[in-house]
Design a protein. Structure first.
Length: 114
């Protein structure tokens, strides 16, 4: 297995990921040697008698895995998966931050110590 330290963090739109062929979003890499982090869900039915679980049935066909982070072991990039709306809001915040810097000469995101 290829091992490499993660050297950069990037953001990727969730809609840009092909769930049938997951690859590194970096076009120059496009590797499929990855580590995926996320949340796994499987539907289940529990039967209770007198407040105690007496049986549990899992529906393996309902398995879902929501990818939150993709780490590419080839190019060393950690991709944070975000919805298009979140990416658009972050871009808008950055644009507003730049407008404040241009208008005041100060970065509102820097912590000021007195």
């Amino acid at each position: 297995m290829v091992t490499l330290a993660i050297v950069r963090n990037e953001t990727v739109n969730a809609g840009d990921i092909d769930c049938n062929n997951i690859r590194c979003p970096r076009e120059s890499c496009n590797s499929n040697t990855l580590v995926l982090y996320g949340t796994s869900q499987v539907s289940r039915i529990e039967t209770f008698e007198a407040g105690q679980v007496t049986s549990t049935q899992l529906d393996e066909s309902s398995h879902a895995f929501e990818i939150e982070v993709i780490e590419c072991l080839v190019c060393g990039t950690r991709w944070i998966v975000k919805t298009r709306e979140v990416v658009a809001l972050e871009q808008r915040i950055e644009a507003l931050r730049q407008l404040v810097i241009e208008a005041t000469g100060e970065d509102p995101c820097e912590t000021q110590t007195n």
